[in-house]
Design a protein around this ligand. Structure first.
Ligand SMILES: [Mg+2]
Length: 238
């Protein structure tokens, strides 16, 4: 089997400046703690939800034991992603790229810091076809504090398969590197192409170009990655 493991935020969907308030609200409602008024904005791109929540609990004097309840509350608050006020926006050409991946004989999976529910409502709210993904071969970070735990779970689960990580941050690349998966970077998120070229990325894809451009880039990326994986099988199986 060959599978593309897509990141969600900043990759399939554009980032949202408002997203951080859900974490604040869920933590405050469950754990009763929050930031001081002058706390600087934290840079959290590429972190799992469990990592974001536990780091905030630690910073604000909350108990990490609240993680599961905070995650549950986040799921409830995230239903708002299905409403007009909070809908996310898909990156251009996402559906075409998902189809191109499937037509090339690859499975579309997810490897994301979101919970399954949050990934589903964000994608559905943005109009992305959630049936395009194999949800049983997808990996979620609502309880994993370290992103490489997700790639480790994927590697164990997908033994013998060729898997590619497709994401928008150096953290996606580091998690791919940790288990020897090839990494394809897209500059649709918080990082510019130049910064992504400094990662292990086999390929850095520019944003834009619309559906045809995205589909063509996805096909080209997979064929290049296939060649690279065949040439260095040990890196994918390490
Ligand atoms: Mg991302």
């Amino acid at each position: 089997m060959r599978i593309v493991l897509w990141d969600v935020d900043g990759t399939l969907l554009y980032n949202s400046a408002k997203a951080g308030t859900y974490y604040h609200d869920a933590i405050r409602q469950v754990a009763g703690v929050g930031p001081s008024p002058d706390e600087p904005h934290a840079v959290e791109h590429g972190k799992t939800d469990a990592q974001i929540v536990t780091e905030r609990l630690d910073r604000w004097g909350g108990d990490r034991a609240h993680l599961a309840a905070v995650s549950q509350r986040l799921d409830e608050l995230s239903d708002a992603y299905l409403t007009d006020a909070a809908r996310r926006t898909a990156a251009p050409g996402v559906d075409a790229a998902l189809h191109a991946v499937a037509e090339a004989g690859w499975v579309n999976g997810l490897l994301t810091g979101n919970s399954p529910h949050r990934a589903r409502v964000k994608l559905a709210g943005a109009g992305v076809d959630v049936a395009a993904f194999d949800w049983d071969r997808s990996y979620f970070g609502d309880r994993a504090v370290v992103r490489s735990d997700l790639t480790a779970a994927a590697r164990a689960d997908l033994a013998g398969a060729t898997a590619v990580i497709l994401g928008d941050t150096p953290a996606d690349g580091a998690a791919a590197d940790a288990v020897g998966f090839p990494f394809i970077a897209v500059a649709t998120g918080a990082y510019e192409q130049q910064a992504l070229r400094e990662t292990s990325a086999a390929l850095v894809m520019a944003p834009g170009g619309g559906p045809a451009g995205a589909a063509g880039r996805a096909r080209a990326a997979l064929s290049r990655t296939s060649r690279r994986t065949r040439q260095t099988p040990s890196s994918a199986r390490r």
